[in-house]
Design a protein around this ligand. Structure first.
Ligand code: SF4
Ligand code: SF4
Length: 320
């Protein structure tokens, strides 16, 4: 698991003012891309706030959610809330489930007190694949967590996806972030866990509660002992300029043999096998452009751009 990367630890969770109890509403902005569970995070928070007697307003946009497009949700709660949307520069907390989406919304954070909690997960869109050579650099944010922290009052870059993977369910990454978020709000862990249990699939409650507790303890650890930027290991490097390998995850049961991905893969590296299920026939040609993932009507393909690690630590380097 990666070491925590924190910009500052101004207040412990215990001493943080209960902003939600103030007259001004608490503004939480949650962003990511389709399929990451932004709306679940937002609904769990809104439901919890409502159960504690606050007036809650929530708005969301998820037009292209099923195709990896941007998804964002504003949650505002307090004694009285007039508008469902958070004005620019007024978010108390920005929770980002994807790195570049987090950077895109930074201007919504309160400049002096805003808290930035971001998964270092990179989901590179197809149009970022500018060079059809496998391993070629992609157009994607190059900012490192250390550079971003200089622009926020308090920031945490969490390798939540890998933490969730280590728990056995990558999809629980959003709940790792909920755990981190929970330390910045004045609700008890027990109330959070109760709310979460209502919003995750029943068979995943146990792993999601583990993910929640992991996110909480990660932030507590980061606040107590922020790592030295010089010595902390790198977290989730951007495929744009660091080594990565491409991995296709195909779910055969979901493939309906429609042939769309085979026909439209720019590198012609897919084919249907004897059972008419898609397979990667020429892995060395695959650029990781993700077109197949976006075009498959049955969500049977996922493309992973894995950082190349040496002895468990991501290494920097360039691919010319
Ligand atoms: S297999 Fe998918 S990710 Fe690889 S080149 Fe073809 S469309 Fe792009
Ligand atoms: S687009 Fe999806 S369903 Fe169609 S062949 Fe490819 S993987 Fe199978």
């Amino acid at each position: 698991m990666s070491a925590p990367t924190a910009s500052s630890a101004k207040e412990s969770a215990q001493t943080r003012p209960a902003a939600a109890k103030a007259r001004a509403p608490m503004n939480v902005l949650i962003v990511g891309v389709g399929g990451q569970g932004v709306i679940m995070v937002s609904k769990a928070l809104a439901s919890l706030a409502q159960s504690q007697g606050y007036e809650v307003k929530q708005s969301e946009v998820h037009g292209m959610a099923k195709r990896g497009g941007s998804v964002f949700s504003h949650v505002r709660f307090g004694p009285q809330v007039w508008s469902p949307t958070i004005p620019k520069g007024e978010a108390d907390i920005l929770v980002a489930l994807e790195w570049a989406e987090g950077l895109r919304w930074l201007s919504f954070l309160k400049p002096d007190t805003g808290i930035f909690i971001c998964d270092t997960k990179r989901i590179v869109p197809p149009f970022a694949c500018l060079n059809r050579r496998p391993g070629a650099p992609m157009r994607y944010s190059r900012e490192t967590p250390e550079e971003v922290k200089a622009h926020v009052a308090e920031g945490y870059a969490i390798d939540a996806t890998r933490m969730a993977e280590e728990l056995g369910n990558e999809r629980a990454a959003n709940v790792v972030l909920i755990g981190a978020l929970s330390t910045a709000l004045d609700f008890s862990a027990a109330d959070w866990e109760k709310a979460l249990a209502e919003f995750v699939p029943k068979k995943t409650i146990a792993v999601n509660l583990d993910a929640f507790r992991l996110g909480r303890s990660w932030i507590d650890e980061a606040r107590i002992a922020p790592p030295d930027a010089e010595t902390a290991p790198a977290v989730a490097p951007a495929p744009a300029h660091l080594p990565y390998s491409v991995r296709l995850e195909i779910t055969p049961e979901w493939c309906k043999s429609c042939d769309i991905c085979v026909k439209l893969c720019p590198e012609r590296c897919l084919r249907l096998n004897a059972e008419r299920i898609v397979e990667l026939a020429q892995p060395d040609k695959c650029t990781g452009c993700r077109l197949c993932e976006f075009l498959c009507p049955d969500f049977a393909i996922r493309v992973h751009l894995d950082a190349v690690h040496v002895q468990g630590v991501a290494v920097a380097g360039s691919r010319a």
